[in-house]
Design a protein. Structure first.
Length: 201
């Protein structure tokens, strides 16, 4: 462990593994609002944040819980389809607040191709936000709509015990996991309709 009279103690949030201050400084110096995408075991959070002298100011925010509460989402709130829909919702709110361009802030998360964080970015981009990001890191359209989950559920349907064990929450909410892609499209249309009226892509 480093010590001595010239040793500088790192900031508390750096010691706790919450903030990379060098990266944060670069993001702030860009002059753009940050799309802060965070994941937990069960949920996704997306926020458009502007840095000010007195602290961060949240311009727009979306949580995967809102998909359930406001748009009838019956699927799991911590998977790739939910991440995309959370990004879509955050993107619409950002545009409504006058934000047109942002820069991605994933904090200390390790980026990996096709992960939930990049599904959030894809949702924001599909709304019309400008966010610099390499399209090759986005999940495929099949994974975004949950086709991989539906195929896995269909494979397990011949083993009722495993099927009910892995998809108990889906079944409890009244959604057969095999129907997730269709349900995803329905919820996406509800979100678009809520912000664009009758216009549905």
């Amino acid at each position: 462990m480093a010590k001595g009279p010239r040793y500088c103690v790192p900031y508390r949030r750096r010691r706790e593994g919450k903030t990379n201050y060098r990266l944060r400084r670069k993001l702030i110096l860009s002059g753009l609002p940050r799309l802060v995408a965070r994941k937990t075991l069960k949920h996704m959070i997306a926020q458009i944040i502007e840095a000010k002298v007195e602290g961060d100011y949240v311009i727009a925010s979306a949580h995967s819980k809102q998909l359930v509460r406001d748009f009838g989402w019956l699927g799991y709130c911590g998977n790739i389809p939910a991440a995309y829909l959370t990004g879509l919702l955050c993107g619409f709110k950002a545009l409504k607040a006058g934000v047109r361009k942002a820069i991605l802030d994933i904090g200390l998360q390790r980026p990996s191709k096709g992960c939930r964080v990049f599904a959030v970015v894809k949702g924001c981009l599909d709304v019309g936000l400008e966010i610099p990001c390499d399209p090759s890191v986005f999940p495929s359209e099949e994974r975004i709509c949950g086709k991989h989950i539906a195929e896995y559920a269909s494979m397990l349907s011949s083993q009722p015990e495993l099927y009910e064990k892995f998809f108990s929450q889906y079944l409890k909410r009244g959604l057969k996991p095999e129907n997730l892609p269709e349900h995803f499209i329905e919820v996406k249309k509800r979100i678009i309709k809520a912000f664009r009226g009758g216009e549905v892509d």
